[in-house]
Design a protein. Sequence first.
Length: 149
Amino acid sequence: MTAAVVTLAVIVVAGAVVLAVGMLRRRRPATGPASGTSEPETPPAGMPLPTDLAAREGGLVLLQFSSAFSRPCRDTHGVLDDVAAELPGLVHREVDLATRPELVHLLGVSDTPTTLLVDGRGRELLRVRGVPRRAALVSAIAPHLPARD
């Protein structure tokens, strides 16, 4: 494949993701106090995550859903890396929605960045839309961390 074909394929996939997210947003009202909020939200009841995205048993994952060219996604990445480095038993993983568009509908991800806190069973414990505030995120995660001896 030539570079032009690869570039075109990337543009088509990114456009499909943007279109899917736009259609979902139009059909469903935003959750939380305001669209784009950066405060932790109560997770919606729904399906558990695919097993490849869940934490190892007993651990927690900050799962970040991003778009490749989004500055807020890059800012979120930095915050989540810092929080994961600070809190034992916490891992940060990032998923580009262009590579996993099925997650848009499955998990109800309507904005990027969106971050989920996920346990070892693949259950969503927390959802944050937008760039999280570090202190609010740490406070929201703390009750889910395993007790230290």
